[in-house]
Design a protein around this ligand. Structure first.
Ligand code: FPP
Length: 237
């Protein structure tokens, strides 16, 4: 890899294909989600190795509540177990964990585990690992509009002061750069309500691999592909 290779500052991933991975092996869907933890570790390692500063993972969408209760419960338990188990290692690696999405719908136990992981890793300066939980872009934008409207109604903000920067500041991702590269595994070519505002100029990459099979080498391949893309941001080159 040459020193001049273009590296994205922020990579966002839609971790798709856990259910199919499990079904292909005659296993329960939740086993596919459990098998999706190692690829998270691998992606974080690869991101740090490349100097990617931000990694955002779509872990639970606002629509995922509609899945069978057994699967939702298993996911909640997996969130709790993995944040407890992974936090010490994340601290050692300089990973800061944060969340986006409306976490208030989660149980007190899930919220407490997430808050603890965020607090313990707050000093991490190598990688900001953001978990999108009970997240969807439309919900995030709706909540942001509500916040802005409340400030306008209180006389703190005039309508002409509402510009793109003000909207960005009201989103859950405030302070985080926009993603340069969005990856969705399993060959599906959709954004499914993920970072729609923030990914306006992102490069998109849709590898066939199912999320539990995603490795550091797959992450490297995505970054190679990104380095080949010609980003113009609506300009002429
Ligand atoms: C999509 O695959 C995946 C999910 C809805 C859950 C992803 C969650 C994890 C990998 C665990 C994350 C854990 C932490 C702590 C962040 P799918 O079930 O839709 O797959 P399918 O399309 O093959 O059915």
């Amino acid at each position: 890899m040459s020193d001049s290779k273009r590296i994205p500052q922020h990579v966002a991933i839609i971790m798709d294909g856990n259910g199919r991975w499990a079904e292909l092996r005659g296993r329960q869907r939740y086993e596919g989600h459990a098998a999706g933890i190692e690829p998270i570790r691998a992606s974080a390692r690869a991101a740090i190795r490349h100097g990617v500063g931000y990694l955002t993972l779509y872990a639970f969408s606002t629509e995922n509540w509609g899945r069978p209760a057994q699967e939702v419960d298993a996911l909640m338990e997996l969130f709790c177990q993995s944040v407890i188990h992974e936090t010490p290692d994340m601290q050692r690696q300089g990973i800061r964990i944060r969340t986006i999405g409306d976490c208030s719908r989660f149980s007190d136990k899930v919220q407490a585990h997430l808050a603890q992981a965020e607090e313990l890793t707050a000093g991490g300066d190598k990688l900001t690992l953001t978990l999108a939980l009970n997240y969807s872009s439309r919900d995030e934008i709706t909540r942001a509009v509500r916040k802005i409207a409340a400030r306008a109604a209180a006389g703190e903000l005039a309508p002409e002061q509402i510009d793109e920067a003000a909207v960005s500041r009201a989103l859950d991702t405030a302070g985080c750069p926009d993603p340069d590269l969005v990856i969705r595994t399993s060959g599906e070519c959709r954004l499914s309500n993920f970072l729609l505002w923030q990914a306006s100029y992102a490069e998109l990459w849709f590898p066939q691999v199912l999320w539990p099979d995603f490795t550091e080498e797959e992450f490297d391949r995505a970054l190679d592909e990104y380095a080949r893309r010609d980003r113009r941001f609506g300009l002429v080159k």
